[in-house]
Design a protein around this ligand. Sequence first.
Ligand code: DI6
Ligand code: FE
Length: 386
Amino acid sequence: MTDPARPDAVVDHAVIAARDGRIVYAGPAGAAPVLAPARTIACDGRLVTPGLIDCHTHLVYGGSRAGEFEARLAGASYEAIARAGGGIVSTMRATRAASVDELVAASAPRLAEMVAGGVTTVEIKSGYGLEAGAEARMLRAARMLGDRCGVSVATTFLGAHALPPEFAGRADAYIDHVVHDMLPALATEGLIDAVDAFCESIAFSPAQVERVFMAAHALGLPVKLHAEQLSNQHGAALAARYHALSADHLEHLDQDGIAALAGAGTVATLLPGAYYFTRETVLPPVAGLRAAGVPIALATDCNPGTSPLTSLLLAMNMGATLFRLTVAECLAGVTVNAARALGRHDVGRVAAGMRADLAVWDITQPAELVYRIGGSPLHARFWKGQ
Ligand code: DI6
Ligand code: FE
């Protein structure tokens, strides 16, 4: 098994004991307490890691954006497509037209691909409905998918993702609607675990995001932010002021933003799939984050526009190859730091007291998980001990 204190190191000849879905012992067989297991599973020298955690996805949506991809290959920019009414708004139309069952059916294959890569916890955002009914359907579909696919789902309300056409030119009025109508209603229905926003020149301003954050806090909900993806709006510092669980993307983060994240203990979630797919050229400031001790998470950002990626293993490879993260950072990024980015303390480590969410791999060294491009060496997966 991977060492809970150093995810790139291995504890050889380990025993993991679980009862009622929780780990009761994990460590060297020689130091294990006397156990009388009802069932023993031999892993035959395979590597066991925590079940992987994908802490930033937009997995639930309707439609496809392959045509937009073709337009981008022909030279159109992501911003130009968005300004012309395509992009997020085209996915909004397809998502609004879908029932909960249709959203589940469209999204289940994507989640199955994640599960085949060892994922046991996934965050799923709303943000393609952009009106109360469709946002609720997205979040209900997310909850249903977790039960259906045997994965823990953390739901994030991303009502402030894009301006729906009916509010064109009235962004503040839309934020009023998010804050006064959508957010409280969806929270009352128990559909929201955290609240996110897209702080960008093509989306919402820091002042508008701050109104969303204040409303989230008033309801006792933690916040996160899409920050500094395409330009520096000083969103990370705003997120840090609201004790955000994470600030995500961060290619255009500056030194003040790094210091703010470090001071607040906010996780920096890096999304190399979006960096790759949009052919971004500005790298996130990994050396600065590392020097400041900011915990780094890695996620797929699975979404139809900028990261049609379901492999968290490939996100790890991209984190290493494109962002120069170490093997230890990549592994921590999809386990312990990803748990922290979701405000979860009971998953992400193979240790007593943690939930028995485990991935058993047909490999012997942690580096192999990061090294491979494509495929999944998953041998078995345990979720809540099953
Ligand atoms: N940043 C992204 O990369 C995605 N959302 C966001 O806020 C893109 C979503 C899309 O293009 O559909
Ligand atoms: Fe995203």
